[in-house]
Design a binder for this molecule. Structure first.
Ligand code: F6R
Length: 631
């Protein structure tokens, strides 16, 4: 939530006064490019602040609404050239999405500007203190408190880094703060506490960003900052310290995404592109995970094998789509490893006094690696003595750093707010974990594991087939653009798929949608069925165990008899179900446990196409933001 960009470069100084290579980029352009790539984190308003030599004030612009409004404003009222810049794209918390509440916030003398991601919980108390000291506030935001406090400290120290450290020590809540000062136009200072910030390393220029997407167009070299650190960048230096001012370490890494991966590449939306990325996301997540003998080697898992062998319970913690991925994985891991698996929403886990000890393996699933609810649950689990393994997509993010081990999904950047390829890659990674545990604990023979891995490796081509069949789904969605309610049913692994299908439709098309376990229908939800009510049904393979297929076919008949319009996702060649389907979306044959990776794809395409037919922005649905860094 909220995207933050910082940049300092020697471009304006024509060659660099000290002989260092000069960056030729304009700070404003770099910042706007970074904001464009971070806009998925929030799009209630956007703003920039610039510092340049010879300018005794910060130049700034801010505008409510999407980034394009700010760009329009800058075209009408250009800002002077600069050497340092900060930029912000906002997801509103304190104070509505107005021009005034947009960031940056400036100190009364106009010489210092601050942007912020997070929530300052003690802002009321600090504000009262500042008002008593004669400070006048212009906005309703908690951020302005940080700006005024920083200005007060700067007035005493004349050193932005020191002033930031004192300010950070006084703030409670969560924050990433970036600041520039007119007196020091080559410097940007940042601070982070429970909110993301990464450094991009350049030559004659340096960058700051909420995540690497902010600077991926310019550099792949990055520094991962730790908790409670201050960073000061100039074009030629990066200094990291703790909130007490002591020098601190930050971990260097190279970003393995390229800038093109964060572009639409000719698709109408990022979501459409990311749906098409899914075969790669699955294949790349599987890549390089076995040794020459075909044994799974998850090298990243630095948890003692003896500890993993002793695990007697797994708890998956996650939110939203990531939680549904965990829900799918539960069926597979329990089946393969015979370890009980609970799946819990991160925000519920933490507050229910869960029974967790050193024999519990907590698996935290998160695309962004920054979801605050999940991060808090990770901390809680570790405090209780559990080992935490995270399944995360974003390098340099906080959750992996605070986990005992991490298994990265290799889905590439997911820019659309609604998650698609992350879901498939999270299931894939969780399945690898399940098979690894089964191998380690001897629950499965090596040839059984090899066979399951081969079935997983067949999946990308099958996902591709489902995507290629997407036009029929799109046409059906277009014909249903006036629908006001859609239900989704599934059993076994099809149940979390139904939940995910409903979530996609809610968040993209703003339609009432609910997912149910098909067996639960007769316990209440069947009362919702009326003439013409559209109901998606995820049908298990006819080969599925325990007669699952025929039970779901009976459920279809029950709702059809009550007037439902049935939209059925079924395996190629399932003739039995054809009779009861008003519309049928075929998916290739796959083992039951792998079917979710295929069955969810038509549901993603459906939600996207219906939202598009309604004229909605599928990449940036209303009220939402990617990377939910507040609780
Ligand atoms: C839905 C969606 C969200 C996220 C959830 C967790 O399309 O994207 O439900 O899945 O906010 O986010 P991460 O995976 O970043 O922890």
């Amino acid at each position: 939530m909220c995207g933050i960009v910082g940049y300092t470069g020697l471009g304006l100084l024509e060659g660099g006064a000290d002989g260092t290579p000069a960056a030729t980029r304009h700070p404003l352009e770099v910042t706007l490019e970074g904001l464009r790539r971070l806009e998925y984190r929030g799009y209630d308003s956007a703003g920039v602040a610039l510092a340049g030599p010879g300018q005794d004030h910060i130049a700034f612009a801010k505008k409510s609404g999407k980034l394009s409004n700010l760009v329009g404003e800058l075209e009408e009222h250009p800002l002077p050239a600069a050497t340092a810049a900060i930029g912000h794209t906002r997801w509103a918390t304190h104070g509505g999405p107005t021009d005034t509440n947009a960031h940056p916030h400036l100190a009364a003398d106009g010489k210092l500007a601050v942007i912020h991601n997070g929530i300052i919980e003690n802002f009321a108390q600090l504000k009262a203190e500042l008002v008593d000291a004669g400070v006048t506030f212009r906005s309703e935001t908690d951020t302005e408190v940080a700006a005024q406090l920083l200005a007060q400290q700067y007035a005493q120290t004349k050193n932005l880094t020191e002033a930031m450290a004192v300010t950070a020590r006084r703030l409670e809540g969560t924050f990433t703060l970036l600041a520039v000062h007119a007196d020091d136009p080559l410097t940007v200072v940042g601070a982070r506490h429970d909110s993301p910030l990464v450094v991009g390393l350049g030559e004659g220029e340096n960058f700051l960003g909420s995540d690497v997407a902010a600077f991926i167009a310019f550099t792949k070299e990055a520094l991962e900052l730790g908790q409670d650190q201050i960073v000061t960048i100039t074009p030629t230096s990066v200094a990291v310290s703790d909130f007490q001012g002591n020098p601190a370490d930050a971990k260097r890494f190279t970003v393995d995404w390229d800038a093109a991966a964060a572009e639409k590449s000719g698709f109408d939306s990022f979501m459409d592109k990311e749906i098409h990325d899914q075969p790669h996301a699955v294949a790349d997540t599987l890549l390089g995970r076995t040794d020459l003998d075909g044994r799974l080697t998850l090298d990243e898992i630095h948890i003692d094998e003896a500890v993993l062998r002793a695990v007697d319970k797994i708890i998956v913690i996650a939110c939203g789509t990531a939680a549904y991925a965990g829900h799918v994985a539960k069926y597979a891991i329990e089946h393969w490893c015979r370890i009980p698996v609970e799946v819990e929403l991160s925000h519920e886990f933490r507050y229910r006094d869960p029974i967790v000890n050193e024999k519990t393996l907590v698996v935290a699933v998160s695309q962004s690696g920054e979801t605050m609810d999940t991060l808090m649950a990770v901390r809680h689990a570790r405090e209780q003595g559990a080992k935490v393994l995270s399944i995360v997509n974003t390098r340099g993010s906080t959750i992996p750093r605070e986990s005992d081990a991490v298994l990265y999904t290799h889905a590439g950047p997911e820019i659309a707010v609604a998650s698609t390829k992350a879901f498939l890659s999270q299931i894939t990674a969780a399945y690898l974990l399940g098979l690894y545990l089964a191998q380690l604990r001897g629950n499965k023979f090596p040839d059984e594991i090899a066979a399951l891995l081969n079935e997983l490796r067949d999946l990308p081509a099958k996902v591709q087939t489902v995507i290629e069949r997407g036009e029929y789904v799109r046409a059906t969605a277009r014909s249903m653009k006036d629908a006001t309610s859609v239900l989704f049913l599934g059993r076994h692994v099809g149940y979390p798929v139904a939940l995910e299908g409903a979530l996609k439709l809610k968040e993209l098309a703003y339609i009432h949608a609910e997912g149910f376990a098909a067996g639960e229908l007769k316990h209440g939800p069947i009362a919702l069925i009326d003439e013409g009510q559209p109901v998606f049904v995820v049908v298990p393979s006819p080969q599925a165990r325990h007669g699952l297929h025929s039970k779901v076919v009976s459920n279809i008949q029950e709702i059809r008899a009550r007037g439902a319009r049935t939209l059925v996702i079924a395996e190629d060649g399932d003739d039995e179900v054809r009779k009861y389907a008003d519309e049928i979306f075929w998916i290739p044959k796959a083992p039951s446990l792998l079917q979710p990776l295929l069955a969810v794809v038509p549901l993603q395409i459906f939600a996207m196409a219906l939202a598009t037919a309604k004229g909605l922005d599928v990449d940036q649905p209303r009220n939402l933001a990617k990377s939910v860094t507040v609780e």
